[in-house]
Design a binder for this molecule. Structure first.
Ligand SMILES: NC(=O)c1ccc[n+]([C@@H]2O[C@H](COP(=O)([O-])OP(=O)(O)OC[C@H]3O[C@@H](n4cnc5c(N)ncnc54)[C@H](OP(=O)(O)O)[C@@H]3O)[C@@H](O)[C@H]2O)c1
Length: 257
């Protein structure tokens, strides 16, 4: 029996992905930091969908957390790398310890997890879905460390996709825009986005994003950006000179308003 591994399953998007997979009858291994919440999500999925669900509590900012995930030996045909650390605020407010935790979680250990996942997925011709962010494409005021970590991830995934012999695994980079999940709802970014009609218009539900992402990984699409406005924003912004990109980013995040 093959399993699907979903990290960040205690969060808005990861839980939506896990629910979608469970509704299709897939056996799941779900991971996140919060062991109680993880167990309660797993119970809900078992009861509602009658599927096998195992839990692996893991803090990806630690080597122990990474090792807990890397010690999974069950056959995997889908790995969804969704869990990520987040920080809103000026870089100067971010202490060394938090800066290091975010970078270790989102860059170093996420990269190691992806590297580990390739081998089991090659055995099943499986799919790998890595969750990036539009914050990696637009300059993102108050999100320097987070958005830079996602930019690293985008380049990491695109480079693996372009490597010789990478066809055995379907690798998809999923790029969400804003979603009303705890990450955004608990952040001051949520309030400032409320001042901005464009930002509000681009918000999507995690369920919609999860459906789009899973469809893309099944079709073997290398990149998916759910939502018409988000897709066009990414295309347009890439063509703008940097000074205009910065101006747009400040308006979008309503910085200083
Ligand atoms: N929400 C947005 O607007 C938005 C926009 C662009 C991209 N994204 C991306 O979408 C993905 C899902 O985020 P979300 O919106 O669903 O936010 P969320 O509800 O806050 O979920 C974040 C998930 O990441 C996990 N996580 C955080 N730090 C971790 C760590 N050190 N080790 C292991 N897991 C950790 C959390 O686990 P615990 O809760 O158990 O601690 C939670 O499951 C993330 O990759 C995020 O960067 C979100």
């Amino acid at each position: 029996m093959n399993w699907s591994l979903v990290t960040g399953a205690t969060g808005g998007l990861g839980a939506a992905v896990a629910t979608r997979l469970a509704s299709e009858g897939r056996s799941l291994i779900v991971s996140g930091r919060d062991a109680n919440r993880l167990e309660s999500i797993a119970n809900d999925l078992r009861e509602t969908h009658g599927v096998d669900v195992r839990t692996v509590p893991a803090d990806l900012a630690t080597n122990e957390g990474l090792d807990a995930l890397r010690s999974i030996t069950d056959p995997l045909d889908l790995v969804v790398v969704c869990g990520a650390a987040y920080h809103y605020g000026s870089l100067m407010e971010l202490g060394d310890a938090e800066f290091e935790r975010l970078t270790v979680c989102n860059v170093q250990n996420t990269g190691r997890l992806i590297r580990w996942a390739i081998e089991p997925l090659e055995r099943t011709n499986g799919g790998l879905l890595v969750v990036g962010s539009m914050g990696a494409i637009l300059p993102a005021p108050q999100h320097a460390s987070y958005s830079a970590s996602k930019a690293w991830l985008h380049q990491f995934v695109r480079s693996i996709q372009s490597e010789e012999g990478s066809d055995a695994v379907r690798i998809t980079l999923g790029i969400p825009g804003g979603m009303a999940t705890p990450m955004l709802l608990d952040s001051p970014a949520w309030e400032s986005m409320q001042n901005n009609p464009l930002a509000r218009m681009t918000l999507m539900s995690p369920e919609f994003v999860a459906t789009q992402f899973l469809a893309a990984v099944r079709r073997g699409r290398p990149v998916v950006i759910p939502g018409f406005l988000n897709r066009w924003a990414c295309r347009l912004v890439r063509g703008l000179p940097l000074w205009l990109r910065l101006w747009v980013a400040r308006r979008f995040y309503a910085v200083g308003q």
